[in-house]
Design a protein around this ligand. Structure first.
Ligand SMILES: [Fe+2]
Length: 321
């Protein structure tokens, strides 16, 4: 882990992006949402993890937003920070900034990549994250020891661009050990639940960014075909239910195209999970929801997405020549 940047370094970082922090209260754009973990962790863990997603470090998301996300996360004093992809937007121009942002998080960081990371150059994004001290899980799991407690973290590579492989990710996982899963695309939770992962953290949707009148469920759910749009789905306490697990879709920190966020659910989000607390042990900001109908991407769509990754890679290589 590299040391956290000094305030002067943050100033330089902000200047490189051409955006000084403005005077308006960026904190009002955020929500810190706190939830209990799954029932399976009760009695086995007493850990706090923070979940961040879709930082999209770059020009669309002011640097003051990234700094506030880091500040809120550190203020919660988590034992670990779990980040579920889309670290960049469309280029590798802000990888130094990304490294500084992630290195500014005080707790150990574990991450998976998202579609924008593949579109911009997955190898370079991984390098920027590792330089910051983060561990990137590409269809792999690791056991971490936090305050003497062992937690398995399973990381699924990006499903949107066709890189997810849950069999590889879960191979050798210990069923008796407490586990959380990370996947940029929330729908992969279904496969991870079947492998005994009771809680999966996800992103990608940005909660639809416009959540007034449930527009996000129309745009991200019905039109884009997502079952899980924002918040908690499934069950953290599977006793007496058919749901074998839960998934949380974070609203994310940044955006890649349009910075607009309208509606309470769309606020930029730092999510805290208290692993070891039973669901219902304290009041939570959102309840467990039923999934939407959803629609799996067709073979044609999956091929098109894979071709897009390769086309963008060729374009990058061509520009370097
Ligand atoms: Fe994203």
């Amino acid at each position: 882990m590299v040391s956290s940047p000094e305030p002067t370094e943050i100033g330089a970082l902000v200047r490189t992006l051409g955006r000084w922090p403005r005077k308006r209260d960026v904190g009002r754009q955020f929500r810190v949402r706190r939830f209990a973990g799954p029932r399976q962790h009760v009695g086995a863990l007493d850990l706090r993890v923070a979940h961040l997603t879709d930082l999209h470090v770059g020009r669309v998301t002011p640097m003051e937003v990234q700094i506030e996300a880091v500040r809120l996360t550190n203020a919660a004093q988590p034992d670990a920070v779990l980040i579920t992809g889309d670290f960049v937007c469309h280029s590798q121009m802000h990888l130094d900034a990304l490294t500084h942002v992630v290195a500014s998080l005080h707790a150990p960081v574990f991450a998976v990549l998202g579609n924008h990371d593949y579109w911009s150059g997955d190898r370079e994004v991984r390098w920027a994250l590792r330089r910051a001290g983060a561990e990137v899980l590409d269809n792999a799991w690791t056991t971490i020891t936090l305050r003497g407690q062992r937690l398995q973290v399973v990381g699924l590579d990006d499903a949107y661009t066709g890189h997810a492989d849950w069999r590889k990710a879960c191979k050798g996982l210990r069923a008796a050990r407490p586990t959380v899963g990370l996947s940029h695309i929330a729908e992969e939770a279904d496969a991870l639940w079947a492998q005994g992962v009771p809680l999966v953290l996800s992103g990608h949707t940005h909660a639809g960014q416009v959540t007034l009148a449930r527009l996000h469920e129309l745009a991200v759910g019905r039109i884009a075909g997502h079952k899980y749009v924002h918040g908690l789905y499934g069950r953290r306490d599977p006793r007496g239910t058919e749901a074998p697990g839960a998934v949380y879709v974070g609203a994310g920190i940044g955006a890649a195209v349009v910075p607009l966020r309208v509606g309470e659910r769309s606020k930029r989000e730092v999510t805290i999970f208290e692993l070891g607390y039973a669901p219902g042990a304290f009041e939570e900001p959102l309840g467990e929801q039923e999934p939407l109908a959803g629609r799996r991407p067709s073979e044609r769509v999956r091929r098109r997405r894979a071709v897009a990754v390769e086309r963008k890679r060729r374009r990058r290589v061509g520009r370097r020549r």
